[in-house]
Design a protein around this ligand. Sequence first.
Ligand SMILES: [Zn+2]
Length: 233
Amino acid sequence: MEIIVISVAQYKEKDAVVNAITEGRSFSFYAKGILNPKNKNSFLNNTLCKANITLIEGKLKYPILESAEFISSPMLSNCSLGYLNALLTIDEAMIHLFDSQEKFLGYEHVNKTLIALRKGQNPLYCILYFLLKILPSLGFELEVKNCVNCGSKKNITDFSFVDGGFLCSKCAESERRYNNTQLLLIRNTVLSDEVDAIGDATDDDIKELLFDINVFLTDGIGYHLRTLDSLLK
Ligand SMILES: [Zn+2]
């Protein structure tokens, strides 16, 4: 089964309990010896690494790792600070925003975001993609096809995370929050299945949205992504 490692906790000397997600499931397993750098499976001691694993049931609380095959690691030999912060933000979001049984809902989005990051996509945009994609799984659907308030498809002038989507000129507040590039960025990103809708957006356009998402998450879920703060500096 193909997994992405979310967190690794020490259990006895060199053993660990690994928390991971796969398509349709979030779970933990015991992995003997992986905290020893010489262990053949030590690559699993690396959050957001991807691997193919087989588990066996034992007498312990969690299944036990039988074998593991390395697929990919997010760590590159020369990562930029933005890249590293993006990885930390994804991992922090996966650990803290989801309930433990529901982390798998982020699997596809983590996977696509990691691939885009490795291909050299803008780290700020990768995080925006990731956070916009997981919002529905966290209970926050976004309406980007018409005004979320009155349903009008005309004169869309603004967007609100709190209202949950686009707003038309009649329903929006007089002072606009976002410019047209940002509205297009939100719409295309929410509607796209690939990390490819950055358009003409600048880093500042993206940073403003990321800042607002973090405020929204803090109010809505009660958790503030600390690593996102460093990404926005
Ligand atoms: Zn309206």
